[in-house]
Design a protein around this ligand. Structure first.
Ligand SMILES: NC(=O)c1ccc[n+]([C@@H]2O[C@H](COP(=O)([O-])OP(=O)(O)OC[C@H]3O[C@@H](n4cnc5c(N)ncnc54)[C@H](O)[C@@H]3O)[C@@H](O)[C@H]2O)c1
Length: 444
């Protein structure tokens, strides 16, 4: 079941509504292009540029060739603009951004893509680091400026890191799969494990086993469907009260089920016993809200949220890792929230738990890398689900409009981001928190 209908978007898409919205200068959410089975990675021509002396252009061009992205002809509106800014080593050279984007940006097609690549500033000499750090301000502002469903991202690749590490990220960020991801900074480092030589990009997760918690509905259900589409075998978990929905989904997707409450004392052990032969991907999606201002919040509402959203993730990770069950090139992917980044009135418990998830990802990234695995989080903004359908009307409307896309995201947008992180070729993406929030104005 999806969220509440977006009546505002329906009105401004009607002919009289469109005229009125234009006259009043109201937000005009466009229909975002999303992935269609069998469609190419990028649905139009790509214009590529680079600052002199950059190092990533050959890798970018190789990926574009592999995905058969057409090159943009002069005068034709491009679908995507890709600029390698790794050659920029001092602030005056930032003018290269203006030179490339100024003439091309207004001709971008709707639901277009902008991608800038840079070098991770940490460890660079001061002027070089300064110029590279400046790229963040550029991409975040451009994302807020263009509109029309265009997304803008910055991808930092560590110096000395194999350029092959860019491949899965360029594919994801240029494709309609990243429809609701914008204004993000992705940090890529050396691979934690070798990338398979021959990857089937249609079914990159074939033969990999994924545990998805909270799978029976909402975002978890979309995660299960998307990982299955990409070839994964599934172990789907939810509370016993939702066993009918969980079993229906598992039989539709050919997966297995675990019915339990992840906060039970013996939950980590029972999960580990069901996965005794190991697994490749853990998606910690189960989560709850119990909103109240802190002054009115009883202790049990605080504890329930922290137990489900944070402590259970920690306990399950510890059990799986201590038993060595996460396979090489494994993935732990946690669902955090924009509330954990920006904070939200009435959600001190929830935001505490979701900020804790980010802390856990950052704290465990090194250990996971030493086990040839990665850990990352996605932080959804306003996603159309039962959880957001329950919000009061005013808050729901504000949540939908206060982002660069002027609309809520769909569960599949979170799921596609998780599928990119789960991809065996994403083994250089570790310790990242990726917001799936249409570039929310909050916490940016
Ligand atoms: N919907 C949004 O806008 C939004 C925004 C930010 C973050 N999130 C996060 O995304 C995740 C999924 O949210 P959703 O909107 O699909 O919510 P939802 O309520 O529709 O689904 C949550 C699922 O988790 C399961 N679950 C809850 N407690 C559990 C427990 N103790 N043991 C096992 N399973 C349990 C539920 O039964 C349910 O199936 C949550 O972690 C949520 O905090 C959602």
């Amino acid at each position: 079941m999806s969220g509440a209908p977006d009546i505002y978007a329906q009105i401004v898409h009607s002919p009289p509504g469109r005229v009125l919205a234009r006259q009043l200068g109201l937000p005009m959410p466009v229909r975002l292009e999303r992935h269609r089975p069998g469609a190419g990675t990028v649905s139009g021509p790509v214009l590529v540029g680079a600052a002199p002396g950059g190092r990533l252009l050959p890798a970018i061009e190789r990926t574009l060739e592999e995905i058969r992205a057409p090159k943009a002809a002069v005068g034709a509106p491009p679908k995507a603009l890709v600029f390698d800014a790794t050659g920029i080593s001092e602030s005056r050279q930032l003018l290269e951004l203006h030179r490339f984007f100024h003439p091309s940006v207004s001709s971008l097609q709707p639901s277009g893509r902008v991608l800038v690549t840079g070098t991770r500033p940490e460890g660079l000499p001061p002027r070089h680091a300064t110029a590279q750090r400046a790229l963040e301000g550029f991409t975040r502002s451009l994302g807020k400026e263009i509109g029309r469903g265009v997304t803008v991202q910055l991808v930092y690749v560590a110096q000395g890191c194999s350029e092959q590490m860019l491949d899965s990220t360029v594919r994801f960020l240029l494709s309609p799969k990243s429809a609701y991801v914008s204004g993000q900074v992705v940090r890529i480092s050396e691979a934690v494990a070798p990338v398979p030589e021959q990857l089937d990009w249609e079914k990159p997760l074939r033969g990999r086993l994924a545990l998805v918690t909270g799978a029976s509905r909402g975002i978890g259900r979309a995660i299960a469907q998307t990982l299955r589409r990409d070839g994964a075998n599934l172990m789907l978990l939810d509370v016993p009260a939702l066993s009918a929905e969980l079993s229906r989904l598992a039989s539709a997707l050919g997966g297995q089920t675990i019915e339990l409450d992840i906060t039970e004392d013996d939950a980590p052990r029972r999960i580990a016993e069901r996965l005794a032969s190991g697994l490749d991907i853990v998606v910690h999606n189960a989560g709850i809200t119990r909103d109240r201002t802190l002054a009115k919040m009883p202790e049990d509402r605080w504890s329930a949220v922290v137990e489900v959203n944070l402590t259970a993730q920690e306990r399950i990770n510890e059990e799986l890792l201590s038993r060595g069950l996460l396979a090489a090139n494994g993935r732990v992917i946690c669902v955090s929230s924009m509330s954990g980044i920006a904070g939200n009135a009435g959600q001190t418990n929830y935001a505490t738990s979701k900020a804790g998830v980010i802390g856990m990802v950052q704290a465990l990234a090194g250990e996971l890398a030493s086990r040839q695995a990665t850990i990352n989080a996605v932080a959804p903004g306003f996603i159309e689900t039962q959880m957001t359908a329950k919000m009061p009307f005013g808050l729901r409307e504000a949540g939908r409009r206060m982002n660069s896309m002027a609309q809520g995201g769909l569960p599949v947008d979170v799921a596609e981001t998780i599928a990119w992180l789960a991809n065996p070729a994403s083994s250089g993406v570790n310790g990242n928190v990726i917001r799936v929030c249409g570039q929310s104005l909050l916490g940016a």
